[in-house]
Design a protein around this ligand. Sequence first.
Ligand SMILES: [Zn+2]
Length: 66
Amino acid sequence: MYLIIACPRCGNYSVVRDTAKTHQCPYCGYVMRIEEASIIARAKNGKEARELILKLKTPRELRKRP
Ligand SMILES: [Zn+2]
């Protein structure tokens, strides 16, 4: 099982195994405990997790375009 979590410092989403205790944000480098991060979604595998992240990010990225 994979979790999609939001970084408590920068708010970006990243994927982490649900067995992990800590995770380093790839965007800002903050090392968070999984229990302090917001769990956005759960996925069965890495592929599903990446697809979920793409879906979650799409609206924000579309708004940036003119
Ligand atoms: Zn971060």
